[in-house]
Design a protein around this ligand. Structure first.
Ligand code: HEM
Length: 398
């Protein structure tokens, strides 16, 4: 057991297996209370594992979106600065305005128009993987795919995108409950680098506009310069982290469920429901946080003004009151109203893009590599509570 992963309750201790499989712990938590008040790591708050309660809070505008950073410290200045102008942490009218302007660039139709570019990128990457005997599908496939596509959309030069892997990992670490002062300082330093990188790129695009998203954002009168900057950083982080997890967790889960994989191989048109099930079964983003702006009653409990709420999306997606046999992976599951992309006002803007990328990546991989198998059966996840992120996905090409 990791002492620091206990919630203040005698029967609630996550053991060291938590990082590989957090779901038994979430079941235990939900069975005690789907809206549980306690402290995880050093963070006191309400931990929500019930689906109905999670959905109710996501819908309730009295709960505001923000990352609570340690206050009054100049050490985290860069981090709080970029957070201040990010869509994800805006509320009400500012959120509506930014969401409308950014959202029109991420419609289902726009994502659909990227299909040929995604297909070509998937094939190029698999050409490299296929000539090898073994490969790590996180670093050699899922990550470069997500990275190349978001770089293409934004207009980040391909040769400059390599630095984003570490930068994204640093920022993700800082918004996770597992963060330490050290990771926060490092992330704030990284936020400074991201800021100067994008300030530079924005200057270049101001001087010489291109056919890319950054140039279009710059021309948008209703977006301030700081908002353009924060949006580029948010998109680059969102585009690099979660889609990688969806593809790699999805491939790993299918390889561990050969009967499901055979059904998909026999009937590739199941790819859409299969990706929805991957999103539910091992949700790439596992947690989102809110702060109550006034006293609110949820499930008979009063969440007081200023209290922090942690919505465990991955736990809500395994709630037996909504999903029949929630721990069963079923690529034909219907309906599948998972909360993997959140819900309501902050519902993921990149959901169509992520879905198409994952559908093409997973299907093409299994079509091109019929003998693909895992090179190890127990894989390690990064020690994050907010994200389900494999460190590596070693496979034998066969
Ligand atoms: C499998 C991939 C993805 C997952 C699981 C995911 C998950 C999420 C979730 C859960 C939220 C809501 C957070 C909240 O309510 O606090 C969110 C919001 C957001 N996502 Fe994604 N995301 C994914 C891919 C992407 C991609 C590819 C992009 C951009 C290219 C993106 C951009 C955003 C943005 C900008 C928001 C903020 C929306 C707002 O606040 O109005 N996401 N995402």
């Amino acid at each position: 057991m990791t002492a620091d992963l206990s919630i203040a309750h005698p029967s609630l201790h996550a053991d060291s297996g938590f990082w590989n499989d957090p779901y038994p712990f979430y079941d235990k938590l939900r069975s005690i209370d789907p809206v549980y008040k306690g402290t995880v790591l050093k963070y006191p708050g309400w931990y929500v594992t019930g689906y109905k309660e999670a959905a109710a809070i996501l819908k309730d505008i009295r709960f505001k979106n923000r990352i609570p950073l340690p206050e009054a410290s100049t050490k985290y200045q860069n981090l709080s600065h970029i957070q201040h102008d990010m869509l994800l942490f805006k509320n009400q009218s500012d959120h509506k305005r930014m969401r409308m302007l950014i959202g029109k660039e991420f419609t289902a139709k726009t994502a659909e128009s990227l299909r040929p570019c995604i297909k070509e990128t998937v094939h190029d990457l698999l050409d490299q993987v296929q000539i090898k005997k073994t490969a790590d599908l996180v670093s050699e496939f899922a990550f470069p795919l997500a990275s190349l596509i978001i770089a293409e959309i934004l207009g980040v030069p391909k040769e400059e995108r390599y630095q984003f892997r570490q930068w994204t990992a640093d920022v993700i670490q800082a918004i996770d409950l597992t963060r330490s002062r050290k990771t926060l300082v490092r992330a704030s330093d990284t936020a400074g680098r991201l800021t100067s990188y994008f300030r530079d790129l924005i200057h270049k695009r101001e001087a010489h506009p291109q056919q890319d998203l950054i140039s279009r954002f710059i021309m948008e009168e209703q977006l301030s310069k700081e908002e353009v900057l924060a949006t580029c950083i948010l998109l680059v982080i969102a585009g690099h982290e979660t889609t990688v997890n969806l593809i790699s967790n999805g491939v790993f889960t299918l390889l561990k469920h050969p009967e499901q994989l055979s059904a998909l191989r026999e009937n590739p048109s199941l790819i859409e429901t299969a990706v929805e099930e991957c999103l539910r079964y091992d949700s790439p983003a596992q947690l989102t946080a809110r702060t109550a702006s006034e006293d609110c009653e949820i499930n008979g409990k009063t969440i007081k003004k200023g209290e922090q709420v942690y919505i465990l999306l991955g736990a809500a997606n395994r709630d037996p009151s909504i999903f029949d046999q929630p721990h069963k992976m079923d690529i034909q599951r219907k309906p599948n109203p998972h909360l993997a992309f959140g819900r309501n006002a902050h519902f993921c803007i990149g959901s169509s893009l992520a879905r198409i990328e994952a559908q093409i990546a997973i299907l093409t991989l299994f079509e091109r590599m019929p003998k693909l198998r895992l090179a190890a059966h127990r894989l390690e996840y990064r020690k994050l509570i907010g994200f389900r992120s494999l460190k590596e996905l070693p496979v034998v090409i066969g």
